[in-house]
Design a protein around this ligand. Structure first.
Ligand code: ATP
Ligand code: MG
Length: 659
């Protein structure tokens, strides 16, 4: 370990050093992906501590996920600055609240509710409304949005309209459910996740003595991923800070991807207005990616519009040239998954570790084909931020319904061709309790849509299966599902990462596969307004900038083998993808190598490869991602560090977005 504070500055460029040594006054770092923002703030803390200017216990570093917090603590330890608090807003607030509650309110902090959906359902019932599970989750999501944007029930309809929210029910009904939900929580003396922040804000604003105590404890605040801070988190930060200015924030407006939850880059972009004496540092050197990847990222930013885009900074590549990004067009989706698995196999064989490879997609329902293809090729994988396809609640429910129908003996006169099996499956899924499947996708995003997508993926499996085996019965299909589930469940320790683009934030891999890049998927169909489409473009920017070296962008023209080739590549690739209008010759290649669109070959036989060797069962904490070792059946896994009693909706949200 280095033995003087200055040693911590080695390995930083001049601008990063400026960040690391600006220990007094507000500091704002505006910089693109891979420019070393996270590194700069970590070294800043280490420098401050080792120079004796910051007491470790007086620093609060706020990160976006518990996992990122854990990584920062580890890094700080390595840099000789152990004992610094690195937490998410929630975990920092929860600790403070638990500590101050007896003094501020008396008694113990109310329990964090563990079945939020249940309470939302009861609240709806009080309002005389019956909602299915998906609707309940979407309503819960709206209540969360209202709370993080500090919107009271009465103001919800106007605020939701102004923000262009897709309201899952009538806005007035939502106001009623929201109010009843808050009332029910009071009656039962429980609080939800947002209450943790709201109550902390309440205690700190009402009790000057407590605010002072917190302020005495913490002198230095550092916030990573500041572009995705919510108004409520910002309020909390202001209360922590008080009149002082020991605040350092870093962010990239071009990576704002959580607007739909109430986050906004405005706090980042307005930082200098709020803190006129702030040191503002811009970092432009990209240390993560090859020039080829950086060129593509810059190309994407050049096409962006809106407030975030106006603040973009052109990235300047620092690394040696690497492979040209591959653009691969496949005939259909299973082919795309198979082709991706083959490329991954090749990388593994050439020595790239599985943990250095990621497959990123827009929505979690896309994971199924990739889980299957990787299992077929014996490639270990792990999902980040979501359950494996066959472990998702709606897929389990569907499995139960299909097994029941198969046992009841489907009418085999109906099942004489492929259409028979698929329509039988559609019928069974359509009659599921708690919201049956319908052929039409529900409008908007959210849990109803996610559920629909999963069930639609099952219907597509039935269609493909029926086509491949025209005489298949429902029982055969059920057996096929069981087989797939078993293959996909092969537990792995370190595998290829499968994750949604949202869950990939802040991370990096040697090789990144961005899959399913078609119109309708990216931008996703329900992104309608210009702002929503811009957020979709930023998602692609986040995806591209996760790659250190190998980047592969792919899409499939048809959904299933032999299907109509009706899809077209994402509009975001226009002008970048070789051969598209406006693309420069050799787009995608900076040095050597002439980029062209490759045609992905079909994989032929998909089955029969040996499955991944069985490994000791290791699981990750579903909340912070830390690896835990356990035996036996695991339901809800979480480590001691994570807040206890997470409710189901929160748990799912953490899955989707935060871990
Ligand atoms: P993101 O916007 O994706 O969160 P970031 O700006 O936080 O990215 P980091 O994750 O801090 O970027 O850094 C990206 C990569 O570049 C990391 O692997 C980091 O170790 C490396 N890196 C950063 N700065 C330097 C430097 N001065 N010299 C060498 N490597 C660096
Ligand atoms: Mg970062």
């Amino acid at each position: 370990a280095p033995d003087s504070a200055d040693a911590v500055l080695e390995g930083l460029d001049p601008e990063q050093r400026e960040v690391a040594t600006a220990l007094h006054g507000p500091v704002c770092v505006l910089a693109g992906a891979g420019t070393g923002k996270t590194r700069a703030i970590t070294h800043r803390i280490a420098y401050g501590v080792r120079a004796g200017i910051m007491q470790p216990a007086s620093v609060l570093a706020v990160t976006f996920t518990n996992r990122a917090a854990g990584e920062m603590r580890g890094r700080l330890r390595q840099l000789g600055a152990a004992g610094v608090q690195a937490r998410t807003f929630h975990s920092a607030a929860l600790r403070q609240l638990q500590y101050f509650w007896p003094k501020a309110v008396g008694g113990e902090l109310p329990r964090l509710l563990d079945r939020k959906i249940q309470i939302v359902a009861e609240a709806a019932a009080r309002e005389g409304l019956r909602l299915d599970r998906g609707e309940l989750r979407d309503v819960a999501g709206e209540i969360e949005w209202a709370k993080v944007t500090q919107t009271v029930p009465e103001d919800y309809p106007a605020a939701a309209a102004k923000a262009g929210r897709e309201v899952p029910r009538d806005a007035a009904e939502l106001t009623g459910i929201y109010r009843a939900y808050e009332q029910l929580k009071r009656e039962r003396t429980v609080i939800d996740f947002e209450d943790v922040l709201l109550l902390t804000v309440g205690v700190l604003s009402d009790r000057a003595d407590i605010a002072e105590q917190v302020q005495q404890q913490y002198q230095h605040f550092v916030v990573d991923e500041y572009q995705d801070v919510s108004p409520l988190q910002q309020r909390l930060l202001e209360l922590w800070l008080g009149e002082r200015d020991g605040l350092c924030v870093v962010g990239d407006a071009s990576q704002t991807i959580y607007s739909f939850t109430g986050a906004t880059p405005d706090h980042l972009l307005d930082f200098r207005n709020r803190h006129p004496n702030a040191t503002v540092v811009k970092l432009v050197r990209d240390y993560r990616s090859t020039p080829q990847v950086v060129q593509l990222a810059n190309g994407l930013l050049n096409q962006a519009s809106g407030r975030a885009a106006a603040h973009r900074l052109e990235l300047v590549a620092q690394r040696e040239p690497g492979p040209v990004p591959a653009y691969v067009e496949y005939g259909d989706e299973p082919e795309e998954a198979d082709g991706t698995a083959r490329r991954i196999r090749k990388l593994l064989d050439s020595g790239v570790p599985a943990s250095e490879i990621a497959v990123l997609y827009r929505i979690n329902a896309q994971s199924e084909v990739y889980e299957q293809a990787l299992a077929d090729h014996g490639v270990p994988y792990q999902l980040r931020g979501a359950e494996r396809f066959f472990e998702r609640p709606e897929v389990r429910e569907a499995g139960v319904a299909l097994r029941g129908a198969a046992r009841a003996g489907g009418n085999d006169a109906l099942l004489d061709d492929a259409v028979g099996l698929a329509s039988q499956v559609r019928a069974v899924l359509g009659s599921m309790k708690g919201g049956g499947w319908k052929p039409e996708a529900p409008a908007g995003s959210g849990a109803v849509r996610d559920r629909w997508e999963s069930l639609a993926a099952l219907v597509r499996l039935a269609e493909d299966f029926g086509r491949a085996r025209p005489s298949a019965s429902l029982a055969d299909f059920v057996a096929e599902l069981a087989e797939r589930a078993a293959a996909q469940h092969a537990p792995t320790v370190e595998g290829v990462t499968l994750a949604s683009l949202h869950a990939a934030k802040g991370l990096e891999w040697d090789a990144v596969f961005l899959v399913g890049l078609t119109e309708g998927m990216l931008p996703i169909t329900y992104a309608k307004t210009d702002e929503q489409v811009e957020e979709e473009r930023r998602l692609l920017y986040v995806g591209v900038t996760r790659a250190r070296q190998h980047l592969c962008l792919s899409w499939a023209l048809a959904r299933s083998p032999g299907g109509r080739a009706s899809r077209r590549p994402s509009r975001f690739l226009d002008g970048l993808r070789p051969g598209s209008a406006g693309a420069r010759p050799g787009a995608g290649s900076v040095v050597g190598g002439q980029g062209g669109i490759e045609r992905g070959a079909g994989g032929g036989a998909r089955r029969g490869q040996p499955a991944a060797p069985r490994q000791r069962r290791q699981v990750r904490c579903r909340v912070c991602g830390r690896t835990l070792t356990q035996a036996g059946e695991i339901k809800l896994v979480r480590c001691e560090d994570c807040p206890a009693e997470l409710d189901e909706a929160l748990y799912e949200r953490l899955h989707d977005w935060r871990t």
